[in-house]
Design a protein around this ligand. Structure first.
Ligand SMILES: Nc1ncnc2c1ncn2[C@@H]1O[C@H](COP(=O)(O)OP(=O)(O)O)[C@@H](O)[C@H]1O
Ligand SMILES: [Mg+2]
Length: 238
């Protein structure tokens, strides 16, 4: 693990009503690295990302971005602190143009970072540049997924949380989302990628954590995970 840890999740418990969903979840993400958070449907991947983003409140534990404690803070405060969260249900403003959707997300990063501008986003997402006048509601699912990722980057986050970006998309679109995530990684973006599909994460992420029934059960590189058949068979739907 990199010594330059940017995001540290320590011992978080999350409840929905009386049901305990996360049990002491720990994660560490190195700056500029991509961590795949893998697990079956219902394992707790989305809840973990929601807990980091402040949508689900941890009852116990710590979420630190650099030295800043975020556990229990409001989602808008967490977003301004530098966490960019792309939920699984791609939310675009359907009646607004692609460009307006991007501009809605524009803000400086926590230390005044402004690396992600419209120009930079159009460079990384050429398909959005071609569609900038289009109403977002008229885009395909894959295009809307790209738009939500791009809009989140417009907020110049330090860490990008992506919840199953490939879900429900046609294989060819999944490939272009994978290529996009690789591009972002090459640009130095720190990413936490929640996924059911380990194969999607190969060649995208370096690090892997496996969650099962709200517990982190395994931590390795993605290559180490792939080679560990006992773990992949037991915890992942392959
Ligand atoms: N809003 C909610 N209220 C109650 N239980 C929930 C809610 N959202 C998710 N759960 C439950 O929490 C567990 C983890 O869900 P989730 O984090 O969405 O898993 P994953 O993203 O890995 O599929 C599941 O058992 C799910 O049924
Ligand atoms: Mg989920």
């Amino acid at each position: 693990m990199s010594t330059d840890t940017i995001l540290t999740v320590q011992g978080i418990d999350v409840f929905y009503g009386a049901s305990k969903i996360l049990f002491g979840v720990d994660l560490e993400i190195g700056r500029g690295r991509t961590l795949a958070l893998l697990g079956r449907n219902g394992a707790g991947k989305s809840t973990t990302l929601k807990a980091i983003a402040g949508i689900a409140k941890p009852r116990k534990g710590s979420v630190r971005l650099g030295a800043t404690e975020l556990a229990g803070a409001r989602p808008d405060v967490i977003a301004r602190a530098g966490i960019g969260y792309v939920p699984e249900d791609r939310q675009v403003f359907p009646m607004h143009s692609v460009e307006d959707n991007l501009l809605i997300g524009a803000k400086r990063g926590p230390d005044g970072q402004d690396a992600w501008t419209l120009e930079k986003v159009y460079e990384a997402f050429p398909i959005l540049a071609q569609m900038k006048e289009r109403r977002a509601g008229l885009m395909s699912g894959g295009e809307q997924q790209m738009l939500t990722i791009a809009r989140t980057l417009m907020g110049n986050p330090e860490v990008l949380l992506l919840d199953e970006p490939s879900e429900g998309l046609a294989p060819i679109i999944v490939q272009s989302i994978a290529a996009l995530i690789r591009t972002l990684r090459a640009m130095g973006v720190t990413i936490v990628l929640a996924e059911q599909n380990m194969h999607f994460c190969l060649g995208i992420s370096e690090d892997a954590a496996v969650i099962d029934k709200g517990h982190i059960v395994y931590r390795d590189t993605i290559k180490g995970l792939r080679a560990n058949e006992a773990v992949t068979k037991r915890y992942l739907a392959l």
